[in-house]
Design a protein around this ligand. Structure first.
Ligand code: CA
Length: 409
């Protein structure tokens, strides 16, 4: 039963999909491919028993291929992205983790020279401090991606690196689960990154970034250190642009701090620019929104997962964990993003209105978006499926009985 066939036909006209070679996992192809992978494993010096044990009875995971082909229907605005990733809940959780792991984090700082707040922020953004590490068996996902789709070469390397994890006994097979793309553990390493940079920090002889928090946090610090983290320096800070600023911006335009100061740029609190340059000016929502000067350590964070909004989420969460303030400048929108607690409230209120969207988990997935669109249609709002402040206010307004009724209860 290969449901992708009908789907691929239906989408035949989509040039993009055709160009990407819409991946369709046929069973015969998979068995032939597994034989090739086995030969590759043997060439890489991996024991045949490890391969057979790991791949016994596995079938391709069409869900993994669908995830790879998925084109998000709309770009998440950065204010939604940050409102969910750096909310009060994640700040409070992170501060609790800083206290709980203070001794280990102190040892990690001494050994790797990387600021504990940044390490814990990576943990919080990647997996909500270990709560969401991904549940897809890594071997199956990576075998699928090694045999189908447009990046088989890359994923074959990840597949072999996964077999090596099993062969060397770093992580038990039953615990080796992760995202559809093969990132796993408390801080979501790809297997090849794991092989290069993961460390055993709790001293049990295994590099277990799934089961051992010290191993995961130290491995993360090691990645950041190798990416050029400079001990004792900040990643950067929020700045204020002069009115009508139309000078250079962007991660690749790096200039001396004196040059930025000469353009009239000050820190958000009005003080002079500090730190060791050069720096880049980031304006993720344009010059009317928040602006940041990114120093060298921002690039180390960026290299962890090359996406600007992602790096900014980690950098900002690290600041909040250190006791820093929320971003001072408002985002250029009249409908700001909402926290995960508010997203759960949105879902609870939609459920109360009869929408079947599963348990409220604070994640705005396809079913929640469909319910939001239905609600927006019913109350005459603009229909965009987005969970923001205005939607929450509209849901609250509809669910609260008018004051007269309340008093009469
Ligand atoms: Ca260990």
């Amino acid at each position: 039963m290969w449901r992708c066939t009908a789907r691929a036909e239906a989408l035949l006209l989509l040039v993009l999909l055709a160009a990407a070679g819409t991946a369709c996992a046929a069973p015969g192809d998979f068995q032939a491919c597994l034989s090739e992978l086995r030969a590759a494993a043997v060439r890489a010096g991996l024991g045949g028993d490890t391969f057979l044990g790991a791949t016994a009875g596995i079938e391709p995971d069409q869900g993994v291929l669908d995830a790879m082909d998925h084109q998000p229907e709309f770009r998440t605005p950065i204010w939604d992205y940050l409102a969910g990733l750096v909310d009060e809940e994640r700040v409070a959780d992170g501060r609790a983790r800083l206290a709980e792991w203070a001794t280990v984090l102190g040892e990690i700082e001494r050994k790797f020279g990387v600021d504990r707040h940044v390490v814990v922020a990576v943990w919080g953004v990647e997996t909500d401090y270990g709560r969401r590490m991904g549940s897809r068996p890594l071997v199956r996902s990576l075998a699928t991606l090694s045999c189908f789709g447009g990046r088989q070469r890359t994923f074959r390397g990840e597949f072999l690196a996964t077999l090596r994890i099993l062969e060397e006994g770093d992580v038990p097979a039953a615990a080796l689960n992760g995202s559809w793309a093969g990132a796993f553990g408390q801080t979501q390493f790809m297997p090849t990154t794991f092989q290069r940079l993961a460390v055993d920090f709790d001293g049990d002889g295994r590099r277990d970034i799934v089961g051992s928090v010290p191993d995961a946090l130290a491995s993360t610090a090691n990645v950041l250190a190798r990416a050029g983290w400079r001990t004792g320096e900040r990643w950067g800070y929020e700045v204020r642009l002069p009115p009508g600023y139309n000078g250079p911006a962007g991660r690749r335009t790096r200039r001396a701090l004196e040059d930025w100061a000469g353009n009239g740029i000050r820190r958000a609190d009005g003080s002079a620019l500090a730190g060791t340059g050069p720096a880049a000016l980031l304006t993720p929502a344009g010059t009317r929104g928040p602006a940041f000067l990114a120093l060298r350590n921002y690039n180390a964070i960026f290299s962890y997962n090359a996406a600007e909004s992602y790096a900014l989420a980690i950098a900002h969460l690290a600041d909040r964990l250190r006791g820093g303030a929320p971003i001072a400048t408002a985002w250029p929108t009249d409908d700001p993003g909402i926290s995960r607690a508010e997203r759960r409230e949105v879902q609870e209120r939609l459920i109360a209105l009869g929408h079947d969207i599963g348990a409220p988990d604070g994640i705005i997935g396809a079913r929640t978006r469909a319910a939001i669109e239905a609600f927006q249609t019913s109350v005459g709002m603009a229909v965009d499926g987005r969970a923001g402040k205005k939607l929450l206010a509209a849901l609250r307004a509809i669910a609260e009985p008018p004051p007269a009724q309340r008093e009469g209860r």
